[in-house]
Design a protein around this ligand. Structure first.
Ligand code: GLA
Length: 453
C-alpha cells in the first residue's frame, strides 16, 4: 500500500526534524525534506525514515542505578492510599495495618490472576513499625499487629511467588511519626536484607536540611547495594526537594529505581488531574530521564476504590501506561468490582506500560479541553491516549490527522490502529494521510495502539 495516492504534489516539502539528547551531553539533529508525489515510489526514503526512527528511539536514557532491577516499571500493590495508618486492630481487624491484611492480599494476588499479569510486589507503607528500635538499634515491626515479624511475612509472601516491599524514611521520623532511618541507614539496609525484603519505599519526611535529604537518599542506595540482596529502591527525593531547589534528575536516576515527583494521590478525579497537569507541565525535565532501571512515579493506582467514575478509572489506567509509571495498586483486592479488576488486569494496556523500549510518553497537545498524549513503543509502534477533560455534556468527537502523531512517524506509510480502552476493538487500516475520528466520554480516555501493517 502506498502513501502517495494523488496525482498531484500533495503538499509543501515535508520537513521532519528530530532532535535528541544523549548521555554524552551532545544533541543530534536530523532533518529530512521531501515532496510527496504520486507515482514516485520512494521505498528507499521510507526505509531510511524507519531506520532513522529506530536509531532515534534507541538512544538510551541517562545512566540508571546499577542494580539490574526495574527494567520495566514495578508492578504490585501498596497499602497507603486505601488503608493509610489504621493501627486499630481491635475496632477494625479487617483493615488495620497488620500481617493478616498483607497475607490476605498475597493470597489474592496469587489466586485471582494479579500475579499472572505482572503484579508482583506486595508493599507495606508507613505504620508497620513498633514505636521504638530494639536494643541493638534495629527497627522492629509492631509485635501485636505483626506477631510473625517481617521475616515471617516475607517468607509467606515468597511462598506465594511474590515479593515483599517495606517502608522507611530518610529523616528522623516517618511521616506518621514512627522511627526514622537517619543515623541508621546501614543497620536498616542490613535488617531489611536479612528479613528478605525485596523493595524499599524511602520517604522524605522530617529531614532538617537539603544536604541531609540528598546524602541520606544516596547513602541508603549504596547501603542497600552493599547488602548484596536485590532490593528495588523507591524514592521520594525530588518531591521533597522541589520546594527548595530543582532536582537533578540525572543524579537521582543513578541512585533510585523510581522517584515520586508530586503530591500523594487521593481517591479523586481532582487528584488524578493534578498529577497529569504536573507531569505535562514538567515533561521537558522528566520524560527523557525515565528508562529501564529508573522511572518517574506519579503514585498509586486508585482504581477499584470509591472516588473515580468508570471513565476516570480508564483515564488513570491509560495515562499511567503512557507515563511508564510504576503500577502499584492501592485498593482492597477482597472487594473489587469485576470491571475494575478487568481494567487493572488488561494485558494490552499492561503491555504498553511494560514496553521494553522503556520510553516515557508525553502530552502532545491540548486544545479545546482535549489532551492528546503519545508514547513510542518497541517495533516502531506508538500508543496514543486522548482525554476529554470537558466535564459538561456527553461524549465528544475529536478528529486528529494521523500524520501529526509520533512526530510524523507513527504510521508511515500506513498502519493498523487498535483501540484498547475503554473497550478493545480493531479500528483497522489507516494511511499516513488519513484522519482519525474518535469519540471520548467526559473525563474518559480513548487509548490506541498504532502498529506497522
Ligand atoms: C508520605 C508519602 C505517602 C505515604 C505517607 C505515609 O505522604 O508521600 O506516599 O507513604 O507519607 O505516611
Amino acid at each position: 500500500m502506498s502513501l502517495f495516492n494523488n496525482s498531484q504534489v500533495i503538499g509543501p516539502p515535508l520537513k521532519l526534524s528530530l532532535k535528541t539528547q544523549v548521555t554524552d551531553g551532545n544533541s543530534y539533529r536530523i532533518t529530512v525534506a521531501m515532496k510527496l508525489k504520486n507515482g514516485i515510489q520512494q521505498p528507499g526514503f521510507l526505509l531510511a525514515l524507519r531506520f532513522l526512527a529506530l536509531v532515534f528511539w534507541s538512544f538510551p536514557g541517562a545512566r540508571a542505578l546499577d542494580n539490574g532491577l526495574a527494567m520495566t516499571p514495578t508492578m504490585g500493590w501498596l497499602h497507603w492510599e486505601r488503608f493509610m495508618c489504621n493501627v486499630d486492630c481491635q475496632e477494625e481487624p479487617d483493615s488495620c495495618i497488620s500481617e493478616k491484611l498483607f497475607m490476605q492480599m498475597a493470597e489474592l494476588m496469587d489466586s485471582d490472576g494479579w500475579k499472572d499479569v505482572g503484579y508482583e510486589y506486595l508493599c507495606i507503607d508507613d505504620c508497620w513499625m513498633a514505636p521504638k528500635r530494639d536494643s541493638k538499634g534495629r527497627l522492629q515491626a509492631d509485635p501485636k499487629r505483626f506477631p510473625g515479624g517481617i521475616q515471617g511475612l516475607a517468607n509467606y509472601v515468597h511462598s506465594k511467588g511474590l515479593k515483599l516491599g517495606i517502608y522507611a524514611d530518610v529523616g528522623n521520623k516517618t511521616c506518621a511519626g514512627f522511627p526514622g532511618s537517619f543515623g541508621y541507614y546501614d543497620i536498616d539496609a542490613k535488617t531489611f536484607a536479612d528479613w528478605g525484603v525485596d523493595l524499599l519505599k524511602f520517604d522524605g519526611c522530617h529531614c532538617d536540611s537539603m544536604e541531609h535529604l540528598e546524602n541520606g537518599y544516596k547513602h541508603m542506595s549504596l547501603a542497600l547495594n552493599r547488602t548484596g540482596r536485590s532490593i528495588v529502591y523507591s524514592c521520594e527525593w525530588p518531591l521533597y526537594m522541589w520546594p527548595f531547589r530543582k532536582p537533578n534528575y540525572t543524579e537521582i536516576r543513578q541512585y533510585c529505581n523510581h522517584w515520586r515527583n508530586f503530591d500523594d494521590v487521593y481517591d479523586s478525579w481532582q487528584s488524578i488531574k493534578n498529577i497529569l497537569d504536573w507531569t505535562s507541565s514538567n515533561q521537558k525535565r522528566i520524560v527523557d530521564v525515565a528508562g529501564p532501571g529508573g522511572w518517574n512515579d506519579p503514585d498509586m493506582l486508585v482504581i477499584g476504590n470509591f472516588g473515580l467514575s468508570w471513565d476516570q478509572q480508564v483515564t488513570q489506567m491509560a495515562l499511567w501506561a503512557i507515563m511508564a509509571a510504576p503500577l502499584l495498586m492501592s485498593n482492597d483486592l477482597r472487594h473489587i468490582s469485576p470491571q475494575a479488576k478487568a481494567l487493572l488486569q488488561d494485558k494490552d494496556v499492561i503491555a504498553i506500560n511494560q514496553d521494553p523500549l522503556g520510553k516515557q510518553g508525553y502530552r502532545l497537545r491540548k486544545e479545546d479541553n482535549i489532551e492528546v498524549w503519545e508514547r513510542p513503543l518497541s517495533d516502531l509502534a506508538w500508543a496514543v491516549a486522548m482525554v476529554n477533560l470537558q466535564e459538561i455534556g456527553g461524549p465528544r468527537f475529536y478528529t486528529i490527522s494521523i500524520a501529526s502523531l509520533g512526530q510524523g512517524m507513527a504510521c508511515i506509510p500506513d498502519c493498523i490502529i487498535t483501540q484498547l480502552l475503554p473497550v478493545k476493538r480493531k479500528l483497522g487500516f489507516y494511511q499516513w494521510t488519513s484522519d482519525l475520528k474518535i469519540q471520548i466520554n467526559p473525563t474518559g480516555t480513548v487509548l490506541l495502539r498504532l502498529a506497522a501493517n
